[in-house]
Design a protein around this ligand. Structure first.
Ligand code: ATP
Ligand code: MG
Length: 250
């Protein structure tokens, strides 16, 4: 059997006396959408931060394509094909949407474009960047500074920037957070259309979105995976219903 793209093996992270990641093991296959769900404080963002290298685990292994990446810095992991978005959008307010994506295209292109003086003015970078923006319905927003975009547009832009990096594994931390119903539906549709192009670890509280996108779901409670399975299996799991979906007496 082919090794999974990502294997988390016995991961442990403590904050003082709190065990935020409690011996977690989880796989994500190539091209799979794996949703990580769980109540507030379950440890979902903490897992993502250890995958990206922003937090160092206290134990366990993180294998990307069979290589343990725990000792690698953030940028080395990005080069290996990891990209993320944040629960709270992190963009630079005075840069335009186009500049953000163009810089990501440049970062991804590596050597060939490293010596371009101004990435934001070079057609070899802005061309592909405009194309990505239009795929996200942001073509008319390209030249606006991020500060002038709506919350929903910023969430979309953050995803556009991550995709410009051509990731093999994308980590999304609550892409629907703060979006209205129409914007959420648009985001789900967009993610649906990209399915299979990269593996996705999706942290999300919007269960409609999770159930329509996920190939597999793992349920985190108190840093532990209490269940892992298909959408149907998770929906039917009595422990999940009690611990998380709040349907103990259903
Ligand atoms: N840097 C930190 N220092 C101390 N405790 C932390 C730190 N980061 C997270 N925690 C704690 O670890 C636990 C897990 O937090 P985390 O943010 O990973 O949860 P989450 O599942 O992402 O929650 P939410 O759904 O609210 O985003 C919480 O109890 C949180 O207070
Ligand atoms: Mg979180």
């Amino acid at each position: 059997m082919k090794a999974p793209l990502l294997r988390i093996d016995g991961l442990v992270k403590r904050f003082g006396g709190l065990t935020a990641t409690d011996c977690l093991s989880l796989d994500v296959a190539e091209g799979e959408v794996h949703a990580l769900i769980g109540p507030n404080g379950a440890g979902k963002t903490t897992v993502i931060n250890q995958l990206t290298g922003e937090l160092h685990p206290d134990g366990g292994r993180i294998l990307l394509d069979g290589t343990d990446i725990v000792g690698l810095p953030v940028h080395a992991r990005v080069r290996m094909g990891l990209a993320r978005t944040f629960q709270i959008v992190q963009l630079m307010g005075s840069y335009t949407a186009l500049e953000h994506v163009a810089l990501a295209v440049q970062a991804n292109a590596g050597h060939s474009f490293r010596f371009i003086g101004d990435a934001r003015a070079d057609e070899r970078l802005t061309g592909p960047a405009r194309e990505i923006l239009s795929r996200f319905g942001l073509a008319t927003r390209a030249d606006r500074p991020v500060a002038a975009l709506s919350h929903g547009e910023r969430k979309q832009l953050e995803l556009a920037v991550a995709l410009a990096m051509k990731p093999r594994l994308l980590l999304l931390d609550e892409p629907m957070a703060g979006l209205g119903a129409a914007e959420s539906a648009q985001m789900v549709e967009l993610l649906q259309s990209l399915k299979g192009q990269f593996a996705l670890l999706l942290v999300e509280h919007d269960m409609d979105a999770v159930f329509s996108l996920a190939d597999r779901i793992s349920v985190l409670v108190g840093g532990r995976a209490i269940a892992s399975g298909s959408v149907a299996e998770i929906q039917a799991d009595p422990a999940v219903r009690i611990a998380y979906l709040g349907e103990g007496d259903a």
